[in-house]
Design a protein around this ligand. Structure first.
Ligand SMILES: Nc1ncnc2c1ncn2[C@@H]1O[C@H](COP(=O)(O)OP(=O)(O)OP(=O)(O)O)[C@@H](O)[C@H]1O
Length: 597
């Protein structure tokens, strides 16, 4: 990336525009403060002239002192206003990103890594701060100062200014060459930082697995590897930045020597006053400030634009529509029928089809079970029902209405979704229950706790509903987690409950409880369950057998046992082991051969 893409500038302006007056005020204060400093050499010249003429120096020195103080105060005030405004710009960028992040579409998030996303909100957005202060405002102020300074130098002595400018043009050239390199190194450093976040996030998400697999060192090495990569890129950027800074310093020193030489000769020849030479030299040193501010500003701008480019990648992604404020009219809670008509879907152009012409109906009320070998496309059906993805062909209707014609919020409000894994979030049990319906009352909570047979769990927990359940709910058993997730989904009063049964073994008690809970729920709402248990399939009103992205049979347990070979095979291998698990003396070996999925 040699030049930041055009869109990055536009996005930068989007962030800056709302704060433009505050930035202008900060810049103005800094500028006025700087102007006070600019007048100092002129006054110093008059002090020297007065001294040489034998007049009183009290007046000029007093004015000089006041000017220094006013300059300092205004400069500090300007810096504060700028920094404060820059913080506000960082905040607004973060708020924009955060509110967009959770509205991104599932297929886009599938591609992105959570740790990298995190690093964009935290690390990359921070870089905006510098771009708004040094990058934009200070650079503009510094340009004015530079122009003012050069004008005054021209007024003092045009020949000496000529000498100075030659050296400055050389610095400008060096800076122009260095800047794109800083930009590239910064982008790479930020990308590496994002990679580090993603790698670390992966390990933390699977913390127990990492330990159990004895992979601490390997994972640590992986994170250290990307940390070092970020360091290398950071060091490269630092090197170029140092070169830019040093060339500035060197330019001023060289100008100083050149002006001292040329000016000295002119003083000796009597064509220049000593006081003018001193004032000119003071201006020359004064020039260091604006020039290094400009170089620093350009550096920060490159850094900021690199960060902005990463923020833009998120901002450019399409988002799902924002849910409107919940209407006050009572929510339709009647069980809904769902129909899939010749649905085709593939996760990407390079993937083989996950669904290949799937058609079936789950009538309103009652339970429909989806069964089939792993990879048959069962979870994909759920993902399409939630409109996490859109079918490539075919249609899905809810109560005869195509999903695409329903507002997303209405559709999702009508569905309850219990994921197969990690259905519980960090927080208290109450937080978890209220997650999908924060407005639910105590009586509603009590009701779902009874329906999902969680009362004894609540009684057993040290702080009841207020007990923290740990990151991803580790403090609960698998069966409890699943029932908590069902309770949460029920509190939302869904018209259709999508339940992806965990494939892991539940003990006999929990399996029976789950069966009873599903059966009870199916009495009041439509339940579509991806079933891995005999107890679930035998109680289902209808069973849809899927294989390789297609529906191969639909019927009752008895019908399918009789008519469908695959179902019979599943029943005798997969489901049967669950049945054995229900037996009081659960045969551990039988459990072990359960195929899952
Ligand atoms: N997010 C995804 N991106 C790409 N491919 C996917 C994704 N999710 C699933 N697939 C693929 O789509 C196919 C169907 O997967 P799906 O999860 O629907 O199967 P399933 O029947 O639910 O299996 P299981 O019972 O093991 O969960 C599989 O080949 C799988 O590899």
């Amino acid at each position: 990336m040699n030049a930041p893409p055009k869109g990055s500038w536009r996005l930068l302006l989007t962030h800056i525009r709302p704060q433009k007056w505050k930035l202008a005020l900060g810049g103005l204060l800094g500028f006025v403060g700087g102007m006070a400093g600019l007048a100092e050499p002129l006054l110093a010249k008059s002090v020297i002239d007065t001294f040489q003429a034998g007049g009183s120096m009290v007046g000029p020195i007093l004015v000089l002192t006041v000017l220094v103080l006013v300059g300092a105060v205004l400069g500090a005030l300007g810096a504060y206003v700028l920094e404060r405004t820059a913080e506000t710009i960082v905040l607004s960028a973060r708020l924009r990103l955060v509110s967009r992040m959770l509205r991104l579409r599932v297929p886009d998030v599938d591609r992105l890594k959570p740790g990298d996303l995190l690093s964009r909100v935290t690390a990359d957005s921070t870089l905006l701060r510098a771009v708004c202060t040094s990058g934009v405002t200070e650079a503009i102020t510094a340009s004015f100062m530079l122009i003012g300074c050069i004008a005054l130098m021209a007024y003092m002595d045009a020949a000496l200014l000529g000498v100075t400018l030659i050296v400055l043009v050389v610095v400008g050239g060096i800076t122009a060459v260095v800047m794109p390199r800083i930009s590239r190194a910064t982008t790479e450093a930020q990308t590496a930082l994002g990679e580090m976040g993603a790698t670390l996030d992966r390990s933390l998400q699977a913390f127990r697995t990492v330990k159990a697999a004895g992979a601490e060192q390997r994972e640590t090495d992986a994170v250290r590897g990307v940390a070092r990569k970020a360091w290398r890129k950071g060091v490269t950027a630092a090197g170029w930045t140092a070169l830019a800074g040093t060339s500035t310093w060197l330019a001023v020193q060289l100008s100083f020597l050149a002006v001292l030489g040329v000016g000295g000769m002119r003083v000796a020849s009597g064509s220049l006053e000593v006081s003018s030479l001193i004032a000119f030299l003071l201006y020359l040193f004064y020039l260091t400030g604006p020039i290094s501010q400009l170089v620093n500003g350009a550096t920060q701008l490159q850094t900021g634009l690199a960060a902005i480019a990463r923020l833009r990648e998120i901002e450019d992604l399409p988002a799902e529509p924002v849910a409107p404020v919940e209407s006050t009219s009572p929510k339709n809670t009647a069980p809904a029928a769902v129909t899939l008509r010749d649905v085709h879907f593939q996760y990407g152009d390079d993937r083989s089809p996950a669904l290949n012409g799937v058609s079936f109906t789950a009538p309103a009320g009652g339970m429909t079970a989806l069964v089939g070998p792993s990879g048959a496309g069962k979870s994909t059906v759920f993902a399409l029902l939630e409109r996490f993805y859109e079918p490539n062909e075919g249609a899905i209707d809810l109560d005869g209405r195509p999903l695409t014609e329903m507002p997303m919020s209405e559709l999702r409000a009508a569905l309850g979704y219990v994921e197969q894994d990690a259905p519980v979030l960090a927080g208290t049990l109450r937080d978890n229950l209220l997650f999908a319906n924060p407005g639910a009352g105590e009586d509603e909570i009590a009701d779902v706790l009874t329906r999902t047979q969680l009362n004894d769990l609540v009684a057993r927990l040290p702080e009841g509903l207020e007990t923290a359940v740990g990151h991803r709910g580790q403090m609960l058993s698998g069966g409890e987690r699943q029932r908590v997730a069902i309770a949460r989904a029920l509190l939302r009063k869904p018209r259709l409950l999508l339940l992806d049964e965990a494939t892991s073994q539940l003990d006999a008690v929990n399996e029976l409880r789950l069966r009873d809970v599903i059966e009870e729920v199916a009495g009041t709402t439509t339940v579509l369950v991806i079933a891995h248990r005999l107890s679930t399939v035998t109680t289902a009103d209808r069973i849809v057998v899927m294989e390789a992205g297609q529906v191969r049979a639909v019927g009752s347990h008895a019908e399918l046992l009789d008519q469908d070979d695959l179902y019979r095979e599943l029943a005798t291998t997969q489901f049967l082991t669950n049945a054995e698990a229900m037996a009081p003396a659960g045969d551990k070996q039988a459990k072990a051969v359960q195929t899952g999925g």
